[in-house]
Design a protein around this ligand. Structure first.
Ligand code: AP5
Ligand code: ZN
Length: 214
């Protein structure tokens, strides 16, 4: 099963990706997590991406397309994958299509901007696994620690309110166009498009996804 998770920053893509990955045994491909890992390693990719990401802007299409192409050619993606945070622009979506990548489901998480700003202020992440928590809505079992490893949780560099608002602006300008793009793809029978109310509690969104995907 090949799935695209589409939605604004903080809409819950990473949270539901963890659920779907466990449920369906397909890997999560989060371009944001891959870029953060590259920054941590200090690789050339990381150096190129850091300032752009901290400023809440998008990394260049060429760089991201290359990264995803390489990742989905790996063996663990043969049975399917979850794209989290990609594609994010029309050229990225076109590049996938030009490469013959067929996607079974596009799932849009719809969450208003004011809810997002509040969510991001309480987000805590476990960088090594990509697991995501919220101090009130999805708290870890032990404060500040990852449930599975007990390692420290951190606040993302780009979760400052000012940067979140900038990221939301870019989402509305560039990424939201993909809603129309994939609805059209669905009308032409090339994928299935699902609109989800992303403001429901985490477990309810997961239950709806399960009902939808079987
Ligand atoms: P990326 O890491 O992809 O960030 P994003 O898309 O902005 O999304 P987030 O990870 O912030 O949010 P999410 O939807 O995963 O929400 P989450 O589940 O964590 O990208 C970061 C940067 O990398 C970009 O700004 C860009 O610079 C670069 N980049 C990445 N991909 C790129 C690309 N394709 N092209 C160009 N540049 C790219 O949830 C958020 C919070 O809400 C958590 O605290 C969670 O616990 C809580 N929460 C989740 N669901 C619920 C719920 N139902 N109810 C209450 N709380 C909830
Ligand atoms: Zn995420």
């Amino acid at each position: 099963m090949r799935i695209i998770l589409l939605g604004a920053p903080g809409a819950g893509k990473g949270t539901q990706a963890q659920f779907l990955m466990n449920k369906y045994g397909i890997p999560q491909i989060s371009t944001g997590d891959m870029l953060r890992a590259a920054i941590k390693e200090g690789s050339a990719l990381g150096l190129a991406a850091k300032q752009v990401m901290d400023a809440g802007q998008l990394v260049s299409d060429d760089l991201i397309i290359g990264l995803v192409k390489e990742r989905i050619s790996k063996e663990d993606c043969a049975k399917g994958f979850l794209l989290d945070g990609f594609p994010r622009t029309i050229p990225q979506a076109d590049a996938m299509k030009a490469n013959g990548v067929v996607v079974d489901h596009v799932i849009e998480f719809d969450v208003p901007d004011d809810v997002i700003v509040e969510r991001m202020s309480g987000r805590r992440v476990h960088p090594a696994s990509g697991r995501v928590y919220h101090v009130s809505y999805n708290p870890p079992k032990v404060e500040g620690k990852d449930d599975l490893t007990g390692e420290d949780l951190v606040i993302r560099e780009d979760d400052k309110e000012e940067t979140v608002r900038k990221r939301l602006g870019i989402y509305h300008e560039q990424t939201e166009l993909l809603v129309g793009y994939y609805r059209k793809e669905a009308e032409q029978g090339r994928t299935q498009y699902h609109h989800m109310v992303g403001t429901l509690p985490v477990e309810q969104v997961s239950a709806q996804l399960e009902a939808l995907l079987g």
